[in-house]
Design a protein around this ligand. Structure first.
Ligand code: SF4
Length: 380
């Protein structure tokens, strides 16, 4: 078993209307104390007696937020500290970046620091959709960002799109997909817009208001058809659909993110970062100031910790495993957890929710766009 390291940088230039993360704009003067705290947290891990932290680190993911806002030298210091603290055999070192934050100089510095993969927050190629949601970049920024990354030597670039943005139409979605395929990133993530009270747009929709273009959101059926069109277009373009929201060219699946779905251990550093040791899950303080304060006072910055008991572990095996298009080996899970799943899965198969082949069960292709409904049926 190897270890993944995730570093959460919770700063952004603005707050996007649909965002329900613990992230947002802060004064730039707070960036340095935050980075110093992450460096301290890494040093704390070196001193930890925990055996699982002695495993070789093969993936690093610096996400956010918008970590590309930090100075490249600060990001390089974080990678250097990780190299000193852990046994490392890095295969994938990802930095999340927003298109407008990328310049040829920064891209070259990231490559020199050791990043070999960039996850680019594209979200849409339609300026009206970007503008309505408070994104800072525009369509023209995307191609210049990708150009700068390619020139700097990045051969592994991932792009995200969101299905269901305000003002999105069948035609604008088709254009975004087409422009994305012209860029030919090695990896593509497509997320469905989530409406919940954690975002300004979500609260507006739930209260029946019209701010933030709440009245211009596509319907659930339109969103599902956008997703289905993406499945068809990406498959035709040679992308393998390997997780509900993720596609990759052959050999380019995200090694780091696969650890989450396969329940492999990962260490989270930074404000709001989550960790999983195999038996416990915990989260650092979400508030960046509280996180920095805890580190400065010599305290462990953890704010939630839970033991993953057998029932919760089984729940995770099913929920996370079925997100993968390869599905789960339910006979193996039955053996490990001493449970019987076959009868329940057969009911779901008869209802058209899952497909079963031998001892493997996977979400039915027609239900991928509404996977949450299947999970409620399976786990409810
Ligand atoms: S850039 Fe990402 S993390 Fe930051 S506010 Fe927008 S959606 Fe949220």
């Amino acid at each position: 078993m190897t270890l993944g390291v995730y570093v959460q940088v919770p700063f952004c230039q603005t707050k996007c209307t649909y965002c329900n993360f613990h992230t947002g704009p802060v004064a730039k003067s707070l960036y340095d104390p935050f980075v110093e705290s992450v460096l301290w947290e890494i040093r704390l891990c070196v001193k930890s007696p925990e055996g699982w932290l002695k495993q070789t680190v093969d993936t690093v993911y610096v996400g956010g937020g918008t970590p590309s806002l930090l100075e490249p030298a600060a990001l390089a210091r974080v990678l250097d500290a990780l190299r000193r603290a852990f046994e490392c055999a890095w295969e994938e070192v990802t930095l999340e970046a927003d298109p407008e934050t990328i310049s040829p100089e920064k891209a070259a510095a990231w490559r020199a620091a050791g990043f070999n993969r960039i996850s680019l927050g594209v979200q849409s190629f339609a300026d009206a959709e970007l503008k309505a949601t408070g994104r800072m970049h525009r369509r023209a920024d995307i191609s210049s960002a990708v150009h700068a990354l390619r020139e700097a030597g990045f051969q592994n670039v991932s792009c995200d799109l969101i299905a269901g943005l305000p003002h999105q139409t069948a035609s604008s979605w088709e254009s975004s997909l087409g422009e994305m395929l012209d860029v030919r990133p090695e990896h593509i993530s497509i997320y469905m817009m989530e409406i919940d009270e954690g975002s300004r747009l979500g609260r507006e929709v739930l209260s029946g208001g019209s701010r933030y273009s709440a009245g211009a959101l596509p319907s659930d059926d339109e969103m599902a058809s956008f997703y289905e069109l993406a499945c068809a277009r990406l498959a035709a373009a040679g992308y393998e659909h390997y997780e509900i929201s993720n596609w990759a060219l052959p050999g380019r699946r995200s090694r780091h993110n696969l650890k989450y779905w396969k329940r492999e251990p990962y260490l989270g550093l930074g404000a709001g970062a989550h960790s999983f040791s195999g038996t416990h899950r915990w989260a650092n303080a979400h508030d960046a100031a509280a996180y920095v304060r805890a580190i400065q006072q010599g305290r462990v910055p953890v704010e939630q910790m839970e033991t993953v008991g057998a029932d919760a572990a089984l729940h995770e095996e099913l929920f996370l495993g079925l997100r993968l298009l390869a599905g789960i080996d339910f006979a193996e899970i039955e053996r490990r957890y001493n449970v019987s799943l076959a009868a329940r899965l057969e009911e779901l198969r008869a209802a058209g929710l899952v497909a079963i082949e031998g001892t493997r069960a996977r979400l039915a292709a027609a239900r991928l766009a509404v996977s949450n409904e299947v999970f409620v049926e399976l786990l409810g």
